[in-house]
Design a protein. Sequence first.
Lengths: 345, 596
Amino acid sequence: MFAVALIAAPGNAQTMTMPMPQMAMPPSPKAPVKKPPVPARKPAPAASGEDPLVMNEQPSPVDAAAPQPHAGHGPPEGPAGPMPGMAMPNQPSAAPEEVIGSAPAPAPPSDHAADAIWGGAAQLPSRAELRRENGAFQGSMILFNLAEYQARKASDGYRWEGEGWFGGDINRLVIRAEGEGELRGPVEKAEFQALYGRAIDPWWNVVAGVRYDMRPNPQRAYAAFGVEGLAPYWFRTTATLFVSTKGEILARAEGFYDQRITQRLVLQPRAEVNFSSRSIPETRVGRGLTDIELGARLRYELRREFAPYVGVEWASKIGETGRFARQNGQRATDVNYVAGIRFWF
Amino acid sequence: MFTPDRRHFLRTMALAGGAAAFSATLPAWARSGTAGLNAASDTLSGDDIKLSIGHTRFNVGGRAGHAIAINGSVPGPLIRLKEGQNVRLSVTNTLEEDTSIHWHGLLLPFQYDGVPGVSFPGIKPGATFVYEFPVRQSGTYWYHSHSGMQEALGHYGSIVIDPAGADRVAFDREHVIVLSDWSFLHPHKILTRLKQNGGNFNYQKQTLASQLAGKDQTAADRRAWGKMRMDPTDISDSTGAIYTYLVNGHGPAENWTGLFVPGEKLRLRIINAAAMTNFNVRIPGLAMTVVAADGVDVQPVEVDEFQIGVAETYDVVVRPLDDRAYGLIAEGIDRSGLVRATLAPRMGMIGPVPELRQRPLLSMKDMGMGAMDMGAMDMSGGMSGMDHGKMAGMAMSGEGMARNGNGKGMGAMKMLDPSVAPQVKMGPGVATLAPSPTDRTAERPTGLEDVPHRVLTYSQLRSLDPNPDPRNPSRQIDIHLTANMERYMWSFDGVKFSEGAEPLAFRYNERVRVNLINDTMMPHPIHIHGHFFEVVMGEKGNRPVKHTVNVLPGGKVSFDLTANALGDWAFHCHMLLHMHAGMFRVVTVRREEDMA
C-alpha cells in the first residue's frame, strides 16, 4: 500500500483483493475502521503503567512515508538489503555519544507486586511452585555398566556392577552394587555401598558413606570416602578409600572411556585396580596391590539406555593375593570373554 | 477461483487422502489447504474470547500421543485482535492440574501476564480466569502456558493484532506459520534423560568413523576439546531424535499446505512456538522480505534464509510468481530434523523436501574465545564496559589460537577463569566462562556461516519507527548465561532461580543497558515479559525493538530497556528445559519510593 511497497508494488497494491467469497475478517480498507483516533478505553486496571509504551504508533498517512526509505522502490537495497554473499560490516556496539551512566542499582524490594492484587495467601503457594519449577530438579538414575556372563577358563560365571543416584543437582544419595560368582557355585563377591554424594565443581563429586560386603565370608563393613567424576578427555573415574571395622584400609580406582565408533557402536576400555593396607587371609586379600583388571567392551546402543555388548577382560591377582588364589586352586590371572547388557533407567 | 463447489471438492479430496481426518480437529486457519487467514471461519476475535484448556489426543506421523490443547486443538486457536480494542479472555481449566496462559509479547498490566507465582496465582482445576486488558499494539504474537511443561505438550497458539489504522505492510493474503516441536517422550522424561546423560539425544557426535573418514575436527582439535570436556557437536540438547517438527500442528508427512494465487504477495507470520528448537527457515526458490520482528515493523530486508530463536516471531512477505509448489522448510539448527510445509496454488501439490544439511561444528568462538578472529577483536574494542579481566582473556585466547598438538596452554582452567566474571557464583553449575565474549549480532547464526545465499543477521534489522525513548541508559548491568551442559544445569550468573535468586530491580521509567553474556556453547533466546527493548546494534535511533533476543554461543548482546511497566515480570531463557533447570529470574519495576 502507500507505505512499504515491498515487491515492486504497482498502484493496485492496496486493493488487497481476495479471490475468495468468504472473507471473515479482511484487514482490508473496506472493513469498517472506527474513526476516533483514540478509541475509548477502559482505564487500565490497577498498577498498570500510566504511560503505555506505544509500540506501533500508527502514523498519519503523511508520517507514514517519512521513515521508510524504500517506499516505492523495488526490492530493498542499500544497508537494509545486503547483496548476496556480502556480509554486513561489523558495526560498533555503541556510538561514541552514547554515554552510559553509573547510577546505582536500586535495592530489590522484599515484597511481591502480585500480592497487592491477588492477596499474599493466594500467591504464596504459586510462588513456592515457581521456585520448584525453575531449577529444583529431583530425580534418579540407576546404571548397570556391567551386567554380564563371563566365559572363563575354569568355570563360567557372571558379574554385575551398578551405580544409582537419587536426588538433585548437588546432593545425592549414591548406591553402588557389585559382585560376581560362578554359575555352578555360590556368589563369590557381593558388595554394597550407600554414600552421600555432593557435587563440588563442574566435573567432580565427593562421596562418603558405608560399604558392606555380604560375600565373601566373613562379612565386612567399611566406612567409604571417595571422588567420582569426569576427568579431562572424558574419562569416567572413581576412586574410593575403605576403612573396615577391623582397621583394614582398602582402596579402589576405576575408570572407563566411551569411544564412539559410530553413533550407536561404542567401545568401552575399562580399568580397575585395588589395594590393601594389610594382609587379610580370611578374605584372601593380600597386602599392597591386590588386583588389576583391564577390559574392553563393545556395545551397540539399541537405545542409549539399553545396549547389549561383548568384550574381553584380563584380570590378574597380584602378589600375595595371587598366592592366596593359587593356594585355593584358582588361577591368579585369567582372560575372560564376556557378553552382557549395559542398561540404565 | 475458490468457488464453494471447488472448496467442497478439495475437502473431499483431502478426506480421501486421510489428511482431513487429521486436520479436522484443527482450527480452519491451521488446517492444511487453508486459503489463508481471511478465509478462516473459526478465528477468535472480538471483545470477549473464551478459551478452554484440556486434554486431547494428538496425531502425527501415524502415532497418537497425549497433548494439552486449547479449545481442543494443537496449536490452539488464532486470536485476532485489533489495536485499540479492549479484550476479555476467559480461560477455563479442565485439567486436573493448574494451568495458565501467558500472552507472549503483549504489553499489559502485569497481573494479566499469566505467570503463576509472578503475576497471578495460576488457574486452578475447574476454574475460569478472566484476563482483561487494552490492546496497545499490533503485529504477530503468540500465547502459551507458563505452568510446568505444558507448553511442550501443545499448549500454545497464535495472536495477530491488526493495526488501528491501515497496515503498513502490503500483502494480498496472509498465513500464520506456527513452528513447534512435538515429542512422544514426556518433557519431564526428556529433562531427566538429559540430567542423566547430557548428550543423550545427540546422534550426530564425532566418532572414530568420522575421524577415519577425515571428517569433522582434526585429531589435535579432538584432543584439545576432549581435554576441556567440551563437545563441538552439542548444538541442541533436545533434537530431532525425539522431536517431530511441526508447522501448524502438521508434521512433514501431513504436509501442511497454504494456498496462494501466483503473483500475490503473501505475508507469512512465522512464530517459533517450539519448546526447545531454534529453526533455520527458508523457502527454496523464493526470496523472503522480512517486514517485522517480534511483532514490530522493521525496514524491509530481503533474505533467503533466517534463523528464528524459540519464541521469536518474524513476518516475511514472499511473492510466488510461478504456478508451482514451494517447500517451506524449517530445519532444526543442529540439522537433526526438519519439517516441510507447502505453499501451493492448489491442494495436492507437494513442495520438495531438501536433504538435511551437514550438521555444523562449534568453534573456539562459540566458547567465547572470540578474539581469535581479527574482526571480532575490533568489535571487542568497541564494547562498552570492557574491563581488564576481559582484556586479559583476549590475550589468553590468542594463546589458545596458537594451540599445538599437545594442547598445552589452553587447558580447562582458562575456560573457567572466575576473574572474567566476578559476579558469577562459581560451582558445579558453571563449567565454562567465556574469556572474551564478542558482539556477534552482525554474524550469521550457528550453522549458516557458509550457506551460499543471503542469511539474516540481527544487525540487518532496523526498526521502521524511530525508537520511542532516545535517552542514554543511566546505568548498565551484566547478566551471564551460565551452564554445565554435562550435568544439564542452567542458570543466570551461576545461580538457579530455585536457589532463591533475588529479583532484578528496575526503577519505574529508568533506562538501563542490559548486557547478556553467553558463557555457554548454546544459543539462548532470552525473553523479558511486559517490555520491549532495543537491541544495541548500529546507530542509535532505529534499533530493532524486540521481546526476545537469541544470544549466540560465546557471544554478547546488549539491549536498552525502558522499565515502563510497573510490577513483577518473568525474565528467562525461552528454551523450556533451560528455564525449567533454573535459567529464570523475576524482574521487578517499582517507583523509587516503593522500593523496600
